[in-house]
Ligand binder design. Structure first.
Ligand SMILES: *Cc1c(COP(=O)(O)O)cnc(C)c1O
Length: 405
């Protein structure tokens, strides 16, 4: 890997810093083009993308089938609004519902919007179906959750950076430790309409719950007539070596919340998928989105579902994931204190005595590998599912080199 040569990068970084709100702290890499698992910056340096747009790029940059679907749709019709139907809408909803094994799909745009949709649907279901007294619905969520950035969603965040200074907060949420079934059982009462969790907590550092947790959540929800909402925005669609992270434990939630990779890294596409008894509570005018389910989004979303149908990406994530975890495991005790994850998804805790997560990311970038830190000393590895075994080795070798191990 050649060292990064600064040229056009510095002025491009300065311009971005001058003209945007500082709600992100990006690495000083200015990407000009990308293909598959690789990106090229404005100075011509190439990097292996081991973040993959926080798993929005599960199929890599500009996957040919996804670009072709988008191009074809651009030449036909891109937006109708939901006031009218279009010829991609029914097929997308049917194909995604079939992938999820559910009756109905409600398309939105971003992950946060899909989470908001799930919350609204669960509340309405609680009042109209379960019979919770009006205005009393509660939803149980987990500590260290990440479900997005809206005012309601940050109301039940336990991350001070995400939450402080943005109140007053939306009531109706109970927070319990992740992975703790007793705490969950204690938090559920007759007002509880849903349990909303990530089957693997991504932003928290790729935390995998103890075996039996997801089946336990499922049976608590079933026995208390509570909806199990699985936020699979980041864990879903192949990342963990299965279509959904819940699949590893043989669990079917009542609602899937999907986003990120559903848009193939081309356009924002999100959705909620559930049975008719749940999503069927919505009536015209009660919920919507100008862009949700637009023709371009549906055409790309269909192409994504087609890619997932073959099972090829899930298999790649499984096989390459075991290679990734095996190799990362060798670094434990050699600059790495712990590794977690499943499939092509790993949270790696860097020994804080050596460097911060941020410094690790900067040094990896110098060696041509892009990753992102989360919470102090953890870095997250989530390469596109199109990486090769050699590229997985390259990423781990770079990590090993910066740790001096
Ligand atoms: C990214 C993410 C979201 C929010 O998605 P946006 O498209 O950024 O709104 C929600 N839930 C999880 C688990 C995520 O990783």
């Amino acid at each position: 890997m050649t060292a990064v040569v600064p040229g056009l990068t510095a002025p491009a970084v300065a311009e971005a810093e001058r003209w945007t709100a500082h709600n992100y702290h990006p690495l000083s890499v200015v990407i000009a083009d990308a293909s598959g698992a690789w990106v090229t910056d404005v100075d011509g340096n190439r990097y292996l993308d081991c973040l993959a747009g926080y798993s929005a790029l599960n199929f890599g940059h500009r996957h040919p089938a996804l670009v072709a679907a988008a191009r074809e749709q651009l030449d036909r019709v891109t937006l109708t609004s939901r006031a009218f139907l279009h010829d991609q809408f029914g097929p997308f909803c049917r194909e995604l519902a079939e992938l999820c094994g559910t009756d109905l799909v409600l398309p939105m745009n971003t992950g946060a919007e899909a989470v908001e949709t799930a919350i609204k649907v669960a509340r309405k279901w609680g009042y109209r179906v379960k019979g919770v007294p009006d205005g009393k619905a509660t939803i149980v969520v987990a500590e260290n959750n990440f479900h997005g950035r809206t005012t309601t969603i940050i109301s039940f965040s336990t991350d001070p950076d995400a939450r402080a200074d943005y109140g007053p907060y939306t009531p109706g949420f109970r927070i319990v430790p992740y992975g703790d079934l007793d705490a969950l059982a204690a938090a559920i009462d007759e007002t509880t309409v849903a349990v909303l969790i990530e089957p693997i907590q991504g932003e928290a550092g790729v935390l995998v719950p103890p075996p039996g947790y997801l089946p336990g959540v499922r049976s608590l929800c079933t026995s208390h007539d509570v909806l199990f909402i699985a936020d699979e925005v980041q864990s879903g669609l192949g990342r963990t070596g299965a279509t959904f992270a819940c699949d590893h434990e043989g669990v079917k939630p009542d609602m899937y919340v999907l986003g990120k990779a559903l848009g193939g890294g081309v356009v924002p596409v999100s959705a909620v998928a559930a049975s008719r008894s749940v999503l069927g509570v919505l009536r015209p005018g009660e919920h919507g989105s100008t862009f949700g389910g637009n023709p371009l989004a549906c055409a790309v979303g269909r192409a994504v579902v087609h890619l997932l149908r073959s099972g090829e990406f899930q298999e790649r994530a499984l096989a390459l994931g075991s290679q990734l975890h095996e190799r990362l495991g060798e670094l434990v005790g050699k600059g790495v204190t712990a590794v977690r994850g499943r499939g092509l998804w790993a949270g790696v805790d860097i020994d804080p005595e050596l460097m911060t997560g941020r410094q690790a990311c900067e040094r990896l970038a110098e060696r041509g590998v892009l990753v992102k830190d989360t919470h102090g000393s953890t870095i997250r590895l989530a390469p596109p599912l199109v990486v090769t075994p050699e590229e997985v080795d390259l990423a781990v070798d770079a990590l090993s080199a910066i740790l001096g191990s």
